[in-house]
Ligand binder design. Sequence first.
Ligand code: GAL
Length: 451
Amino acid sequence: MLKKRITLPYILVLLLAVLLVACGPNNAAPNDTDGGDEPAATDAPDDADTGDEADDEAAGGEVEVFSWWTGGGEAAGLEAMIEVFQAKHPDITFNNAAVAGGAGTNARAVLATRLQANDPPDSWQGHAGQELIGTYVAAGQLEPLNFLYEENGWLDVMPETLIPLISQDGNIYSVPVNIHRANVMWYNPTILEENGLEVPQSLDEWIVAMETLREAGMDAPLSMGEQWTAMHLMETVLLASLGTDAYNGLWNGETDWGSAEVTAALEDFQTVLSYTNSDASALSWQDAAQLVVDGDAAFNVMGDWAEGFFREIGMTPQEDYGWAPVPGTAGNFQFLSDSFVLPVGAPNREAAIAWLEVAGSIEGQDAFNPVKGSIPARSDADRSLYGEYLLSAMDDWASDTVVGSLAHGVVASDPWKSEIDTSLGLFLGSGDVAAFQEGLVNACNTAGACQ
Ligand code: GAL
C-alpha cells in the first residue's frame, strides 16, 4: 500500500529533476550554489546545448526584454523587431518589459533597483559607451558576447568605431541594434517660408531667425521638453559653440571646463534657451516635437527618434517637417547607439541569446530601424527600406566626424552625467551661468576626468 501511494509522485519528482537538469546551470540564480543535490544530474544529456543548437534549445519558455520604448515610433520599432523574433521563435513568449519615459529616465531607475535585488531581466537596452562600460560592465553584471560575434560574423559588419565603446579588455559586452543622431534640428518648413527665413546654418543665424519669429509673434520658436531634453539641447550647443576638438576635450580632460571658451558656450546655451517654451518641464519629447509639426514652434532639437515619431503620426517629410544639423554642427555626427546585453544570471539565458541574435541580425535591424528612426548598426542594410531622412543619416554617418552624446550615455559615466544634470537643473531655474560653470567644473573633478 505504501509502495502504491508513492509511485506516482515519485515518478513526477524524477521527471521534474531530469527536466531541471536538462535546462542546465543557465537557469540558476547567480548565487545559487546549493544546486547539484539531484542524484539524477549525472544522467542529464549535457552534451547537446552548445553552438547552433542554442536556438533550438531556447524553444519554449519566455524572454523578458527591458527598454523604455513605449510610444511614438519607439514602441512600433520594437514591435517590428519582436515580430521577427516571434517568427523565428514562435514558442518563446516575449515579455515586453518596457517602462515609459524618454531617454530611459524612469526605466533606468527601475532597472537599477532590479539589478540591486538580483532580479535582472533577460536582456535590456543600454547605450554604447560610458553608460555600458562604466555602469553594467564595471559592476560585473554582464556576460561577454564574443562568442556571438564569432558565431554570427558580426565583427565584419558592425562599425569599427563602435566596438571599442562596447568592449573592455578584449571582451565585447553588447549587441548594437542602431545608430542614432543627436544633433538634429527639426523645423517646420512652412513657418520658415512664411517668415522669409532660410534654414539657419550657424548659431548666430539661428538666433537671428528665432528673434525674427519672436518679433512676428511666436513666443517660443524653439520647443523643448522635460529636463533630459535640455541636456540634449545643451550637448548640441556645446558642440556648435566649441567645435569638434574642444567638445571632445570636455570628456577626455583636454578642455578646461572653467575656461573662457566654455563660458561663451554656456552663454550661447542660455541665449538659445531663452527662445524655448516656459512649460518645457511638463512636456515629453514627443509633445515638444509635436509643437513643430503643429506650427506652434519652428524648431526642435531632438535625436532622430523624432523622425520615427513624425512618421508614426502620419507626417510627410519635407512638407510637415524638415531637418538639418543643429546650426554650427554640420560635418559632425553626434551619435549614440542602443544596444542589448546579456546579464550574468539571465533567468532565460538561451532565450536571451536568441533575442540578441535577432537584434544583431540583418532582418532584425532592417525591421526595427526604418520604423524607429535610426540607421542600422550593421553596414549591410537594405537601403531601399529607408526613407529620405535616414538615407541622409547613413551618408552622414559614413562621411562626418563622429562625436559622442552626453545625454545618451556615450561620453560620461553615469555619476558624472548625474552631477551635470543636477547643475543643469539648478541652472534652468536660476539662469546663473557662473554658478552653472562652477558646478560643471566640480562635476568633472569629482568624476576624476579633469585631475
Ligand atoms: C534615447 C534612446 C533612443 C530613444 C530616446 C528617447 O536614450 O537611445 O532610442 O529611445 O532615448 O526615448
